[in-house]
Every structure is written in C-alpha cells, then in structure tokens.
Write a protein that binds this ligand. Structure first.
Ligand code: LLP
Length: 482
C-alpha cells in the first residue's frame, strides 16, 4: 500500500482524477478514450466487450504484448551483440500462460520458461519445441522431471543438491544424451517490491547459496558443491548458472551486482576444474508501471547497462563472456492486460481521519463494489499492491470522490484499488477498467466463494478472440463428486 493509502485522503501524485485519462502507462498502447467518452482497447469499445463477454473480464491487447516481447528481445540482442555475447529471452509463463500467448511469443522469437508440469503442458500444447522450453521449480515431482526429459526441454533449472541426484537418476534411466541442466544460485542480492517476491536473499526456499558458513572459509559454498556434483555426473550436461533476484524491480543495479557474483562463481569453477560454464541466466523481475505517473523499466537502457557491466566483469576476471538468458514475465504481459468490471453497490462510508479524541476529523470514503475482487486479483491483498481504476463506459463531469474499489468476497481485505478518485456519480451498471493486470492476475486467480474465474479475451485490430473462456458454476460443480 502506498503511504498515501495508509494516511487517508491526501492529494497523492498517484491520484489521477477520472476524465483526465491520458493514453500511455499504465495503460496498454491500444487503449483510447473515444469521442463519446468510452474506452476502447485494440479498436474494440469496452461497452461492446462487456456486452459480448460479460464482466469481470481480463482484456489482453495482443499488439501491445507482442511489441513488448519484440522490444525486450531486440534490446537485449542488440546490447549483448555489441559486447560480443549472445542472449535468449525466455518468457516467464507464470505471469500468464495460455496456448495462444505461448504461440505468439514463440512466433516473436521468445522461448518459454515454465515452473510446473502444468505450465510445461501449455507450452508443449502450443507447439513450442521442447528445446525452447525451460523447467524451473524448487520441488519438482518425478513426473515433472520425466515429462521434461521426454519433451527434450532445453534446460532443467536444478534447485537443490538432492535434485541433482534426482535429475541424474531420471536421465540415467532413459539413457541417451545427458540432461541439460542449469543450477539456480542465490546471490544474496535482495531486490523487488515485497519480501514475498524477492527471492535471492538467503532465508528462503530457492536455489543454492554462494555464501560459505561463517568460520568455514575452506569449505565450499552450497552453490559450488552442487556445481561440482553436476560435473561429476555423466548423465548431466552443466549448461549454466541461474540467478533470479526478485520481481517488480525498478532499480536495475541489483541485476549487475547479481551478475557479477555469478560470473565470479563461474570463474572460480573454471579455475578449479577447467570447465567454463557456457551460459548465465539472469532471471526476470523487470518492473512496470501500475499507476499513472509511474514508469516501467526501459529495456534498451537496462540491456545496455547489464551488457556493459557483464562485459567489464568478464574482462576483469579474464574469462570469455558466456551466452546469457533472461526471463521477463510481468514486463511482457502485465501492461498488455486490463480488467473490466461492472459496478454494483456504491456506499459512502464515514471514516475517522486519524485525528485524536472526540474532535477527530472524519471523511467519506466511497466504497465502489465491483463484480470480481480478490479472486481475480489477489495482488493488493497479498502484497499491498496499488492499482488504478478509471470509469470506462462514459465521461463524467461530476466532482470526484475518494473511492476504494472493492470486490464481492466475504473479506474486508477484498480490495482491488485502495484509493482512487472517481466521479461522484459513479453508479451501478458503470464499467470500471483497472490497468496493468495482465501479469499475475488470471494466473493467480482462485475460486474463493465459488466465484468462477473470468475469461481472458484478446483484442487486436477491432477483433475480439476469447483465449480462455469464462468458468461456469457447472465447471466448479463438475469437480464436486457429491
Ligand atoms: N524467473 C524466475 C525464476 C522467477 O521466479 C520469476 C518470478 C520470473 C522469472 C518472472 O518474474 P517477473 O519478470 O514476472 O517479475 N506473483 C508475484 C511475483 C512472483 C514472481 C515469482 N517469480 C506478483 O504478483 O508480483
């Protein structure tokens, strides 16, 4: 939550009074406000979308998503080519994955990073070649490992010493070529918006630490031990070292610090064994704008900075540059999506303003209930994430009110937008659009309160295409065996 949200009705710069809609971040590039005041996405009027698809609905701007994929690929390929290194962009499917999206990204030259057997199944169903798919996971099942090997995935990112043995055993049982593995390390670099989404500090479940135990300088770090274990297995091919430092990162210096640590580990392994690890994966985490006035990381700038930094580090270490890969998820799909809701109950609530004693000031917060909530966007409840909302079906010149956009679930924490100015005449039947919900919206959606999950509808050049249909109560009841 922003400081403003905690403090009450301030004129925080994150406020954007309705009616002042400006195209651009945090909206996808295809969002416009038409002459009669309604928003459109990719040439489709939101009123038409809502009438045809119902609400809530996740709306994905295909052209915007593809352009973001292209710009990440172009930016990194260009910047890394300038320092003499190759790079692959893996789209992190956890942000949102469907067969169509996997196909679009494959067509744009991206590869797909999966974190479970389920995500792997979607990538394979989409026809993405196995060698362009990676499999992550801190607790892969035998079935997931077997499926990845059978599909001929390009990399399994191994997360523990135990898993080195398990992947080796599975590869041995199959015979054939050694299984290509990367080892996920934790560099101690802590970056990103919230503790739960920051993954490379030490006290968490992912990867193997680069740090040795205090007072045990002559012992190998868990990361070095695991690298040596991979090299000792003829069934495994040590393809790379992987580092993911967190998510929604807006200060890019963490990538450079983490990359240095990984390159140092690579040089230390080479000095020890003569084996130079061919690839380094720097993970995902590139931050985006959620609110008006915020700015997403610029892929051109960050690619140049990281490329220059890894080139300098490699020169200093006297090791040739490896091939690189990155795994953006949010930065590709997040800004391309918005959620469309219908307004229901609108309720003014008098709230204490934080003053002391009986004279405490009060103010009115208008609770605007929409037909979805924490089941389609858990991020505000889980991370205190801030979102913006805009009246989408009409313009209004009513004086703005301080509003909180809430869902229909049985929880007071069921909040989609903590605070936003909406026109004072916002009423049942209006449409609200919440931008930047393309990542970790549908992919983290639940059926809390037996609410069916919304569809994902793609729009492009005035055409609408349902990528994932709306769930029905029958879908939910079909799982209930009575
Ligand atoms: N690679 C690895 C190994 C990851 O664990 C993640 C995200 C990514 C790539 C993609 O990160 P991105 O570029 O999308 O930031 N559910 C949270 C974020 C957790 C992300 C976990 N891993 C959220 O809603 O913010």
């Amino acid at each position: 939550m922003s400081a403003a949200a905690a403090a009450g009705p301030t004129t925080s710069p994150t406020f954007s009074p309705t009616g002042t809609f400006v195209p651009g971040e945090p909206w996808s590039s295809g969002v416009r406000r038409g002459p009669d005041g309604a928003l459109s996405v990719g040439g489709v009027d939101v009123r038409e979308l809502a009438a045809a698809q119902g609400t809530p609905a996740y709306v994905l701007d295909e052209a915007d998503l593809r352009e973001r994929a292209r710009s990440y690929r172009r930016a990194f390929e260009t910047a890394f080519a300038e320092v003499g290194a190759g790079v692959d962009v893996y789209y992190a499917g956890k942000a949102f994955l469907s067969v169509a999206v996997a196909r679009w990204l494959h067509a744009e030259g991206l590869r797909i990073d999966t974190a479970t057997g389920g995500e792997l199944a979607v990538a394979l169903r989409a026809g993405v070649p196995g060698e362009h798919v990676g499999l992550h996971g801190n607790n892969k099942s035998d079935a997931e490992i077997a499926r990845a090997l059978d599909a001929g995935v390009g990399r399994i990112i191994v997360d523990s010493l135990v898993e080195v043995e398990r992947v080796a055993a599975a590869a041995r049982a199959r015979g054939g070529a050694p299984a290509p593995v990367m080892l996920r390390v934790t560099t101690g670099v802590h970056a990103g918006g919230h503790e739960y989404i920051s993954t490379a500090h030490e006290d968490q479940k992912f990867g193997l630490s680069l740090a040795t135990a205090p007072g045990a300088q002559d012992e190998d770090s868990p990361a070095m031990t695991a690298l040596l274990a991979v090299l000792a297995h003829p069934e495994l091919e040590l393809l790379g070292i992987h580092s993911h430092i967190g998510s929604q990162i807006l200060d890019p210096s963490g990538f450079e610090v983490a990359a240095r640590k990984v390159l140092e580990l690579r040089a230390a392994l080479a000095a020890r064994t003569g084996f130079l690890v061919p690839e380094v994966d720097l993970g995902g985490g590139y931050g985006i704008a959620y609110l008006p006035g915020e700015v997403s990381l610029d892929p051109d700038r960050i690619a140049k900075d990281i490329a220059a930094s890894v080139a300098a580090t490699s020169a200093e270490l006297g090791t040739p540059l490896p091939r690189f890969s990155i795994e953006p998820g949010r930065a590709i799909v997040g800004p391309a999506g918005l959620t469309l809701y219908t307004v229901g109950t609108v309720k003014p609530v008098r709230v204490a303003g934080g003053g002391a004693g009986p004279e405490a000031e009060t103010f009115v917060r208008t609770y605007v209930s929409i037909d979805g909530g924490m089941s389609d966007n858990i991020r505000p409840a889980l991370y205190g994430a801030d979102y913006h909302a805009e009246l989408a079906n009409r313009l209004s010149d009513a004086a703005p009110v301080l509003a909180r956009v809430v869902g229909k679930h049985c929880e007071s924490g069921d909040i989609v937008v903590h605070e936003v100015l909406l026109p004072g005449d916002v009423r049942a039947g209006d449409l609200l659009a919440v931008p930047a919900t393309g990542a970790y919206g549908r992919s983290m959606a639940s059926n809390y309160n037996h609410v069916p999950r919304p569809p994902v509808v793609a729009v492009a050049e005035g055409e609408t295409r349902v990528l994932v249909r709306r769930e029905t109560e029958d879908d939910l009841l079909a799982l209930d065996l009575g």
